[in-house]
Ligand binder design. Structure first.
Ligand code: ZN
Length: 244
């Protein structure tokens, strides 16, 4: 018997892809290794063929959200591009911390087009804002103390110059994922050049201040979308903060 339905009304997907889509739609748990990253991406990209919107399903607490997010350490840019291309805001935000060390100049044209202008701007803003924050935190140099017989203002200028050089080195060579350890190691090396106890105390206080402020700089901008008011985003906020 002939079928009256036109062929194009039946999307043809790999069985694994269909299976993954069903897992997503019915919020079934996916265990590690159930699908590869390309399989799951392909499933999300093909959901529209079945008139299903990824935005309605790839959100917490659907287990598929955690499952796809588990690939973030390995495929951060591809995952961000996937999230951006489907406007999966929560997934994009949760992926951002994994992109802090990614050199933006390495993004090719095809990936940039998939990400799109709005999400590309968010990624670039994150990198730029952390860079700006670090420069603000590193300057000025430690405060000079009142001159003493052993340590004059001229003497203290040596520490000021050494701090400025170290701060410039850190900010020029900085990646947005610059670790607290790197900052501490670089700045603490200045202690070797200081033989005045008061200068040393000022230096330690200033290093402590830098580290505390850098640790408090957010790894994502959380105020860029109205969704952030929802309970769903408290879950995402927790995920993000756990990665700081
Ligand atoms: Zn001194």
């Amino acid at each position: 018997m002939m079928c009256d339905f036109p062929q194009e009304s039946f999307p043809i997907s790999e069985p694994t892809v269909v299976d993954a889509i069903l897992h997503i739609v019915y919020a079934k748990p996916c265990h590690a290794g159930t699908y590869t990253f390309p399989e799951f991406v392909s499933a999300i990209d093909q959901m529209h063929l079945y008139e299903i919107s990824p935005k309605d399903h790839l959100i917490p607490p659907n287990p598929s959200f955690s499952y796809i997010l588990s690939f973030a350490p390995l495929f951060p840019l591809d995952l961000y591009a996937l999230a951006a291309s489907h406007d999966l805001f929560e997934l994009a935000i949760a992926t951002l911390p994994h992109l802090l060390s990614f050199p933006l100049a390495m993004i090719d044209d095809i990936t940039a087009m998939r990400i799109g202008g709005v999400y590309l701007k968010r990624l670039m803003s994150l990198h730029l804002s952390r860079h700006t924050s670090l420069k603000e935190i590193l300057f000025p140099a430690p405060h000079p103390h009142a001159p003493t017989r052993k340590c004059s203002f001229d003497n203290q200028k040596r520490l000021q110059r050494a701090w400025t050089l170290a701060a410039a080195y850190l900010s020029w060579n900085m990646q947005p994922d610059l670790s607290i350890t790197s900052i501490q190691t670089t700045l603490s090396s200045l202690e070797e050049q200081v033989d005045c106890e008061e200068c040393r105390e000022e230096l330690k206080t200033r290093i402590k201040d830098v580290i505390e402020r850098w640790a408090s700089v957010p790894t994502v901008k959380l105020s860029i979308h109205h969704h952030m008011e929802s309970g769903v985003n408290k879950y995402v906020r927790g995920l993000v903060e756990s990665d700081i």
